[in-house]
Design a protein around this ligand. Structure first.
Ligand SMILES: NC(=O)c1ccc[n+]([C@@H]2O[C@H](COP(=O)([O-])OP(=O)(O)OC[C@H]3O[C@@H](n4cnc5c(N)ncnc54)[C@H](O)[C@@H]3O)[C@@H](O)[C@H]2O)c1
Ligand SMILES: [Zn+2]
Ligand SMILES: [Zn+2]
Length: 368
């Protein structure tokens, strides 16, 4: 079928909205009419570093309405409202332990820009277009996805707010609520107050952390962090010595730290902000080859650990409904963070996010 998609043409170039052809769903595939799709920093990393060959359709925070399902699909039927998360196999040891973010075939199912059999679901003028990004490629009016990606959205919950649950929000909130499992009364340092960092603030508030320190250069984001529950904020431009700024607030250091900046120097400094037995969780994407931060003897002496985190250790089937309940109860005020733009303004929306005018951009499709 003919659809419209935001195409990457070359690393570093803006997206172009173009007509492309999408395959009909195979027996295990689900055709979703996308209503809204969030933009995650990871989409921009893949676009600008050319990690998937262009032309490509990225997008991995889609939400919409099921239009058609393959013959083997049982989980959803046409008409269901769904949000889309990452893809996992459902059969490997990690998936069987409800830990699908570390699925043994995570890279093949999410990051290679094609189905595992090597075929691409999208074409343009007879040329194959990289697709299947995170098992969805949802920067498009329609996407093909899988049972393991979809989570139903109950009536009444707005799809434009439920779309980014599938990556950025579950990653931020889940890192605090699941991966680090910060207990009530604990102290936490969050570096970077973008969409993932501010979702971590909301997660920390839900966990009843006592001290929540956010480091973020944009003033508006620091203010929002405070509104969402941060107890202290640090402007890295005004306080370039992160370690002393944090230790002024918490002399013995913090119990937990969470990095969303992906800046190696910041990660190194964060290691020096940890209290004894402190745990440092990392989601920010660093330049390739960056070593783990810290000093082995220091880590040993103080019992520190460093933890890589994917998707907040979320099992979307369990955790997204939990987050939806928190949204309903007012504990996850996503509307404070999300700004919607028409899909056709994808480049303008990304520029606004980059300049700090808004935190989480969600693109909304025209009504059919
Ligand atoms: N591991 C995962 O599963 C996963 C999932 C989603 C996103 N990510 C990654 O997490 C990171 C954060 O994603 P995001 O969507 O929140 O991006 P973002 O760009 O919205 O947030 C990054 C924030 O860091 C701030 N920052 C920049 N320089 C800083 C400094 N010197 N000190 C403190 N803060 C600084 C920026 O102003 C921005 O607000 C990205 O690298 C993204 O690719 C990883
Ligand atoms: Zn993402
Ligand atoms: Zn698996």
């Amino acid at each position: 079928m003919k659809i419209q998609a935001a195409i990457t043409t070359a690393p570093g170039k803006p997206f172009e909205i173009q007509d492309v052809e999408l395959d009909a769903p195979r027996e295990d595939e689900i055709l979703v009419r996308i209503v809204a799709v969030g933009v995650c920093h990871t989409d921009l990393v893949f676009k600008d570093a050319g990690l998937i060959p262009s032309p490509a359709v990225l997008g991995h925070e889609g939400a919409g309405i099921v239009e058609k399902v393959g013959s083997k699909v049982r989980k959803v039927v046409p008409g269901d409202r769904v949000t889309l998360s990452f893809r996992s196999c459902g059969a490997c040891p990690r998936c069987k332990s409800h830990d699908p973010a570390y699925c043994h075939t995570m890279p093949q199912l999410n990051y290679i820009g094609m189905r595992v059999d090597g075929s691409k679901a999208i074409a343009q003028n007879g040329q194959a277009v990289s697709s299947n990004f995170f098992g969805q490629s949802s920067f498009a009016t329609h996407a093909l996805t899988y049972e393991r990606n979809v989570v139903k959205v109950p009536a009444g919950l707005p799809l434009e707010l439920m779309a980014p649950l599938g990556c950025g929000i579950q990653t931020g909130a889940g890192s605090i609520m699941r991966s680090l499992a910060c207990p009530a009364g604990s102290s936490l340092l969050i570096t970077g107050g973008g969409a993932v960092g501010l979702s971590a603030v909301m997660g920390a508030k839900i966990q009843r952390c006592e001290t929540i320190i956010v480091v973020e250069p944009h003033e508006g984001r620091r203010k929002l962090a405070q509104d969402l529950g941060a107890t202290d904020v640090i402007d890295p431009n005004a306080a370039p010595d992160l370690v002393s700024a944090v230790r002024t607030i918490k002399a013995m250091g913090v119990d937990f730290a969470f990095d969303t900046t992906g800046i190696p120097e910041i990660q190194q400094a964060v290691m020096k902000c940890l209290a004894p037995k402190g745990v440092f969780g990392i989601v920010g994407i660093t330049p390739p080859g960056t070593p783990l931060p810290g000093d082995v003897n220091q880590a040993m002496t103080f019992g520190h650990s460093v933890k890589g985190i994917i998707e907040g250790d979320s099992d979307p089937d369990e955790f997204l409904p939990e987050l939806m309940n928190h949204y309903r109860a007012g504990n996850l005020p996503l509307e404070r963070m999300v700004k919607t733009f028409p899909f056709t303004q994808i480049n303008e929306a990304i520029a606004a996010q980059h300049h700090g005018d808004c935190v989480k951009v969600v693109l909304v499709m025209d009504k059919p």
